[in-house]
Design a protein around this ligand. Structure first.
Ligand code: 13P
Ligand code: SF4
Length: 320
């Protein structure tokens, strides 16, 4: 505990010295969420992380999350220094959508508007017409459908199917998935619900169809936190990364929060509902990034940036 206190003090000093601010995703270690709140940073979903980083006056953004979040911050603020505790914090959706294959897929369907999830590389965003997050995908796809556009969607197949079912839009889907959410199991969830008949089920739409079908509320991380405060139920079963429990408990004090059951990625997986890449962010790695920035700085090829910024900015303008 003493060691953590010393690290927290050291990080606070480094942030002030370097005119830096913490931008932290809900899935990241709660020590970092607390520190961000204490130092004028932000803890939020992926959409709000992008908007906050772009609007904040700090010269350095310390993005605690996975690589696409750091890249988006850099694309929106090329003049700022963007540091990440761990540059190799990937995302299975990003890894499952390599730019060359994705470009070939787009080229094969030139009549479709290309909509990609924020969980993609800068190169993939550069090829897209629109970027969306789970907070605004429904509205944006509804808007495109009303304009009569046919959509090519990548990379998350579960989110894509959910949006297609909800909107009735013509969507061609890429076959990607999130290693965390793909593990939630409907049969085990039904058993858990029998034990807690009064519980509401909150589900992130990266989860499999059968799990989404059991949900009382489906939404992005910020929407699920809001649902926890709005729904009358005292017990909530939550199908998303368990990092969210820190802010959810803060927002809905006194409620009982239960992790939705997973199938288990491997025999050594203790709690599967936690992203292994989000878990790379901690007090030590943040301190190291601020102290020795070499090897922690996000760069984006300027030629890619000028294209990727268009599809991201289109999303931010739409959501404003
Ligand atoms: P949100 O946009 O809902 O924060 O989700 C980001 C993410 O990585 C979900 O797994
Ligand atoms: Fe990607 Fe899933 Fe991790 Fe989110 S939880 S960053 S979608 S692997």
């Amino acid at each position: 505990a003493e060691e953590r206190e010393a690290l927290r003090a050291e990080i606070k000093e480094l942030l002030a010295e370097q005119n830096a601010v913490l931008v932290v995703h809900y899935y990241v270690d709660e020590d970092l969420q607390i520190l961000a709140d204490e130092t004028g940073g932000r803890v939020s979903d992926s959409l709000d992380m992008a908007a906050f980083g772009a609007e904040h006056e700090a010269q350095t953004l310390v993005v605690c999350g996975v690589r696409f979040m750091g890249e988006t911050a850099k694309i929106l603020s090329p003049e700022k220094r963007v540091l990440m505790p761990e540059l190799h914090a990937e995302c299975s959706l990003d890894l499952g959508c390599p730019p060359e294959e994705f470009t070939a897929f787009c080229d094969a369907h030139p009549d479709r508007t290309v909509v990609v999830y924020a969980n993609t590389s800068a190169e993939v965003k550069a090829r897209a017409d629109w970027v969306v997050t789970s907070s605004n995908a429904l509205e944006i796809v509804t808007h495109l459908k009303e304009r009569g556009e046919k959509i090519l969607w990548a990379p998350d197949k579960h989110l894509g199917r959910y949006i297609r079912d909800q909107t009735g839009a013509d969507m061609l889907l890429w076959e990607g998935s999130c290693v965390v959410h793909d593990e939630f199991r409907a049969d085990a969830l039904a058993e858990l619900k029998e034990k807690h008949p009064g519980a509401a089920i909150l589900v992130h739409p990266e989860s499999p169809e059968a799990v989404v079908e059991m949900a009382d509320r489906v939404g992005s991380t910020s929407q699920l936190i809001k649902a926890a405060t709005e729904l009358p139920n005292e017990t909530l079963i939550v199908a998303t990364d368990r990092g969210i429990f820190h802010k959810m408990a803060e927002a809905a004090p006194g409620k009982t929060l239960i992790e939705a059951p997973t199938g288990g990625r491997s025999a050594t997986c203790v709690s599967c509902a936690h992203c292994p890449w989000m878990a790379m962010n901690g007090l030590v790695s943040v301190r190291d990034a601020l102290k020795h920035p070499e090897g922690h700085e996000i760069t984006v090829d300027p030629a890619i940036r000028v294209k990727a910024v268009e599809s991201i900015q289109r999303m931010l303008d739409f959501s404003r």
